[in-house]
Ligand binder design. Sequence first.
Ligand SMILES: [Zn+2]
Length: 208
Amino acid sequence: MNMDGSGRVMGNRLCLDFANLSYSPGDPRPHSGSWAELVDFMAEKRIVSGEKSEELRTLPESDPRAAETLLLQAERLGDAMSYAFTAIVRNQRVRREWVEPINEILRVTEGHDELEWHGDRWRLGFLAKEEGLEWLLAAIARSGAELIAEGAASRLQRCRNANCHLLFYDDSRTHRRRWCSMAHCGNRSKVAAFAKRRSAEKARAHHA
Ligand SMILES: [Zn+2]
């Protein structure tokens, strides 16, 4: 299904889960993430090991400047990707200024591709060279770059619930996935449609 163990909605792409971090359903305003949230995300997506994530958690105390710089870079990357993905969903052009923060991360991080087992299939993953702190964002930037390169042909979608702004990649066989997740928005929409039908029927019965 589209949910991971923590119950978080899955976008099916690392970059989409990252872009979705800055939105909470029902609240269309992006909020700036905290350091803890960023570390949690990296641990959850196995960008860092459990051990490494514990070490990173204390970085704001041990090296506040490094932590602040990385958090700002992460926010810039998240914002740029959100704008770019929104443009793709709307069939608009992706602007150079949104691509630049992604390229900046790609430029400073060296690495290589490696096949990784994802529970049900092999996926190509990016392993960055561990130098500086930017490498932590390398896989996210790489994933965003791939999606932007796919462009309009990609199966990038925004949840059809008007109050939900979550992005997902539709890799269903039928290509008709409409909701970020059935549990979050799909069922809610079905319930709303049912209630609407019921009240319409009642109104008709009343008039008859
Ligand atoms: Zn949704």
